[in-house]
Design a binder for this molecule. Structure first.
Ligand SMILES: [Zn+2]
Ligand SMILES: [Zn+2]
Length: 417
C-alpha cells in the first residue's frame, strides 16, 4: 500500500523504480552496443540551451517552438529552454568545437532526456528520453539507409515486432518553391475550412499543413512535395529506396509525410507501431542539408533520427527480468558477521554482487531478505563453521546446501559452477 505524502512527482514526469530500471539498463546497453557496431560516437549535451538555438533551428513555425518548450529566464535575465530535441544541440556542438576540422564525415549518437509541454498520454511524457543518431558530412542516400538500419537493428535486438517504416522525400529549397506555389494555389479557396493552425502555417510554412491530423481529409487531393522533386532530389530518393532494398528493409511510401520540423530536406522517415494507439509514432528523422549552413557553418549535408525510449519500453515483450544479487550473507553471531563481511568484500573484488543485512537481524529475517533480493547463493556462517574453517553455501536455485572451505578461491570455484 502506498503511503500518503503531500509530495508527488510533477505531471508529465515519471519515476523509474528499481524493477523497471533493470529493463531500462538492458535497453540502453543494447542501444550502446548497436551504436558502437555502427561506429557512432557518443556525445552528451546540456539539459538547457539558449532559447534562440531552438527558435532558429527547430523552427519558429513548429509546434515544438510555438507551444511545447519549457522556457524560463535565469537570474541574468537570459532566456533558456530545456532541450525539446537533440539535433540543434548536436549541430551547435559540431560548430562550436570545430568538429568539422576532425574529419569529413562524423557519426554521433546520444541518449538524452528531452522536455516538451505536451498533453501527457500513453507513453508520452513532458520529460522523456530519446536516443538518436546523426551523420554529418555525407550527402549520400546510403547514409540515410544506414541510419534507418541502425534503428531497426536496435528494435530487432529488443525483439520488438510490428514496426513499420514510412518514407518520403520533401525535396530541396529549389524544388520546394515549385511545390509551395502550387500547394498554396490549391489551398487558397479552402483556407476557411482549415483549422486555425493550418491558417497560420499557410503564411509561415505551408508544407506543414500536410502534417495536420485534423485536416487530413480536406487536403487529400492536394499536390504533394514528391510530385515536384527536381532531378537531383528524385535521384536521391531513388537511391534511398534502392539502398533500403539492398538492406532488405521493407518500407511504405507516405507522400503526406513531412515531419514536424522546419529543417528537413529530401529524405524523411518515421517508425510506427500500431500497438502505440492513435499516436503510433515511435520515432523518425530525415536529412537536414541546409541546417548547418543556416546555423552559421559551412554548408554541410547531414542526416539523423531520434526514437522515444519511453515509447519503446511499451513495446518490449514481457520478459522475466528480476532484481537479483549473486551472494547474500547470513551470519549467526557478530564474530561470524565480521568474518563474513571480509568474505563478501573479497567476492565483490572478484566481480560478484554481494549483500548482507547491516542490522544483522534474526536468521529468519536475513533469509527472508535473501529471498526478496533473489539471491543466487546464500553463505551461512556461525560459530560452528568458523571453528571448522568452512561456510555453508546454499544454492538457492536447487535448494541444496553444502560445506565449502572458507578460502576465497574455493568459494569462487563453487560459485562459478
Ligand atoms: Zn530538389
Ligand atoms: Zn489543420
Amino acid at each position: 500500500m502506498a503511503l500518503k505524502s503531500k509530495f508527488k512527482n510533477v505531471k508529465g514526469t515519471r519515476d523509474i523504480l528499481p524493477e523497471e530500471a533493470v529493463k531500462w539498463q538492458r535497453v540502453e546497453n543494447i542501444i550502446r552496443k548497436k551504436m558502437k557496431q555502427y561506429n557512432f560516437q557518443e556525445i552528451r549535451f546540456p539539459t538547457f540551451e539558449s532559447t534562440d538555438l531552438f527558435r532558429k533551428s527547430t523552427g519558429e513555425s513548429t509546434d515544438i517552438v510555438r507551444k511545447e518548450m519549457f522556457t524560463f529566464k535565469d537570474m541574468g535575465n537570459r532566456s533558456l529552454t530545456l532541450k525539446p530535441e537533440g539535433t540543434p544541440s548536436v549541430v551547435r556542438m559540431f560548430l562550436q568545437h570545430g568538429l568539422f576540422n576532425k574529419g569529413a564525415i562524423q557519426k554521433f549518437y546520444y541518449i538524452e532526456r528531452m522536455f516538451r509541454q505536451e498533453r501527457p498520454q500513453k507513453g508520452r511524457y513532458r520529460e522523456f528520453r530519446q536516443f538518436g543518431a546523426e551523420i554529418i558530412g555525407s550527402s549520400s542516400a546510403e547514409t540515410d539507409g544506414e541510419l534507418v538500419k541502425s534503428a531497426l537493428d536496435i528494435f530487432d535486438e529488443l525483439d520488438i515486432k510490428g514496426i513499420k517504416l514510412n518514407i518520403n522525400s520533401i525535396g530541396c529549397p529549389k524544388c520546394r518553391k515549385d511545390f509551395v506555389k502550387e500547394f498554396k494555389g490549391f489551398l487558397k479557396g479552402r483556407l476557411p475550412e482549415l483549422c486555425e493552425d493550418c491558417n497560420r502555417r499557410y503564411k509561415e510554412n505551408p508544407m506543414r499543413i500536410l502534417d495536420c491530423k485534423k485536416d487530413k481529409k480536406k487536403i487529400k487531393d492536394a499536390p504533394l512535395p514528391s510530385d515536384f522533386l527536381c532531378d537531383e532530389c528524385k535521384k536521391h530518393f531513388e537511391n534511398f529506396k534502392n539502398r533500403l532494398d539492398f538492406l532488405n528493409i521493407k518500407f511504405n511510401i507516405d507522400k503526406h509525410l513531412v515531419r514536424g520540423l522546419d529543417y528537413y530536406t529530401k529524405t524523411v522517415f518515421e517508425f510506427v507501431n500500431s500497438n502505440l494507439g492513435s499516436q503510433n509514432e515511435l520515432g523518425g528523422g530525415g536529412r537536414y542539408d541546409e541546417l548547418i549552413g543556416f546555423m552559421g557553418g559551412e554548408s554541410t549535408p547531414a542526416s539523423g533520427y531520434a526514437v522515444g525510449i519511453d515509447r519503446l519500453m511499451l513495446l518490449l515483450p514481457e520478459k522475466e527480468e528480476k532484481l537479483s544479487v549473486d551472494v547474500y550473507l547470513v551470519s549467526l553471531d557478530s564474530e561470524s558477521d565480521f568474518v563474513g563481511s571480509k568474505l563478501i568484500n573479497s567476492l565483490r573484488e572478484k566481480g560478484f554482487s554481494c549483500d548482507k543485512d547491516p542490522m544483522r537481524r534474526s536468521i529468519k529475517a536475513q533469509f527472508r531478505e535473501a529471498d526478496r533480493q533473489n539471491a543466487r547463493w546464500v553463505i551461512i556462517i556461525g560459530e560452528n563453521e568458523r571453528r571448522k574453517g568452512i561456510v555453508q553455501l546454499k544454492d538457492m536455485n536447487k535448494g541444496e546446501q553444502k560445506e565449502v572451505s572458507m578460502q576465497i578461491d574455493k568459494i569462487v570455484e563453487e560459485l562459478k559452477c
